[in-house]
Design a protein around this ligand. Structure first.
Ligand code: ZN
Length: 439
């Protein structure tokens, strides 16, 4: 047993004082006490303790593009060409190296779980790796080295657009058809169940433009209903226009017709939606993964997060291409986008923003996670309440003033994983990233 004591911690839907957290040997919380006085044996956490945060959308290797895509303007589509160039160079060793550095960056910033939307499956000439699943096992090793809880979403990616085969740069992402993808996913699940039981394996449909209609229907009928399923949804108006032209439906309506809207679905971005789309996603109880810093960086637009939440959807957050890896800035960007689009403040309350960072991502990663409560993992971050950014803030509003620079300590499964930007096992995160990105 390890006991932590904090002057303030986020328990339930607000700030409790004098909080003692007892972690059992298996890393779960055995007791949560409030109004407790510290004991000499307690490990004291100096600051506001938040539950560990869930990064519900990541492509680890996109970190290679940070700060290198801003010279010539461009659009989502020109950014994508640069991304394909990086994807084309990856091998299992470099993938593991960059994912390890990026997951360490996440942990030091306070993200304690991640959903990795993974599609670089095969060799650059589109052959399966031997031994099998080399790229997926590289991600699992990276997560294990950093301590982050990984949900690995193996992605179905079959076409470059409606009725168009994969382009050369996309061929290593693909499988022959939905049946081949389902078989590879099943093989991956058994392999990781043996080697990496800590990893949750889920599934993803890259987007409606990348998976033909008959394949969507087969996935709707055959994919194990117990695992998380993610999809990039309506990130760009061009995707909506192509879907309407090919099927007469919006992407959301096409997913609904294919039997894919359900509480296990996480729709990523959901930027350009109709009122009917919002109603359908809400009444299905889907999770919406907003990635506000990426959506701003790529000029995607501002999605209707408030309306989706009001319709019944659960809101989670993700860092996607990692232009920013900072849970507090991601949450703030969600609210700031709403303010800029609506002219109103407080579209999401601080309580709702903390929920989006924590338990809002639980279904997306397929774990019971996101609250400081008995039986959940002892995953937490400590936020400095007295920094240049946070001094004077009401602790209940710290999510709107702190940044990852104020995250002084990160614990996952009851174990220290990072302190002030340095990973406990791997060292300063900046050094790791320099080696990975400049290699
Ligand atoms: Zn994405």
């Amino acid at each position: 047993m390890t006991t932590f004591w904090a002057p303030r911690a986020w328990v339930g839907d607000g700030v409790a004082t004098g909080v003692r957290l007892t972690a059992s040997a298996d890393g779960t919380l055995a007791a949560v006490e409030t109004d407790a006085t510290p004991d000499a044996a307690d490990d004291r956490l100096d600051g506001l303790v938040l539950p560990g945060t869930v990064n519900a959308h990541s492509h680890a290797f996109h970190r290679l593009l940070r700060g290198r895509t801003h010279a010539d303007g461009g659009s989502f589509w020109t950014w994508r060409e640069l991304m394909y160039r990086e994807a084309g160079r990856l091998d299992p060793d470099s993938y593991e190296r960059v994912a390890t550095a990026v997951y360490a960056e996440m942990v030091a910033a306070g993200w304690t779980s991640v959903a990795e939307f993974h599609y670089v499956h095969h060799t650059p000439d589109a052959r399966p790796y031997e031994p099998a699943h080399a790229m997926e096992r590289a991600l699992a090793r990276a997560a294990r080295a950093t301590g982050i809880r990984l949900t690995l979403l193996d992605t179905c990616y079959l076409s470059s657009g409606f009725g168009s085969p994969l382009e050369p740069a996309q061929r290593r992402f693909g499988d022959a058809d939905a049946g081949a993808w389902l078989a590879r996913l099943s093989s991956l699940r058994s392999r990781l169940a043996d080697d990496h039981p800590e990893v949750v394996v889920g599934a993803a449909i890259h987007s409606v433009r990348a998976v033909p209609v008959d394949a969507l229907e087969r996935i709707g009928a055959e994919l194990d209903s117990s695992i998380p399923l993610h999809v990039h949804l309506s990130e760009q108006p061009a995707e909506n226009a192509a879907c309407l032209a090919a099927t007469g439906l919006t992407p959301t309506a096409l997913l609904a017709r294919s039997g894919l809207l359900s509480p296990r679905l996480s729709a990523v971005h959901a930027t350009h939606l109709t009122a009917d789309d919002i109603g359908a996603l809400g009444s299905a109880g889907a999770t919406i993964v907003m990635c506000p810093t990426t959506e701003a960086d790529l000029g995607d637009g501002v999605g209707p997060a408030r309306r989706l939440a009001d319709a019944g959807a659960r809101i989670a957050l993700g860092t996607d291409q990692h232009a920013v890896v900072d849970p507090l800035l991601e949450a703030r960007a969600l609210e700031h986008g709403e303010r800029l689009a609506s002219g109103e403040r407080g579209r999401f309350s601080p309580v709702e923003l903390v929920a989006a960072l924590t338990r809002g991502g639980a279904d997306a990663v397929g774990r019971r996670i996101g609250n400081l409560e008995v039986g959940q993992p002892c995953d937490l971050l400590v936020v400095d309440e007295g920094s240049a950014r946070t001094a004077g803030s009401d602790p209940g509003q710290l999510v709107l003033t702190a940044t990852a620079h104020d995250v002084t300590r990160v614990v996952i499964g009851g174990r220290d994983r990072a302190t002030r930007g340095t990973h406990t096992d791997l060292g300063p995160v900046g050094d790791l990233l320099r080696k990975a990105v400049l290699a």
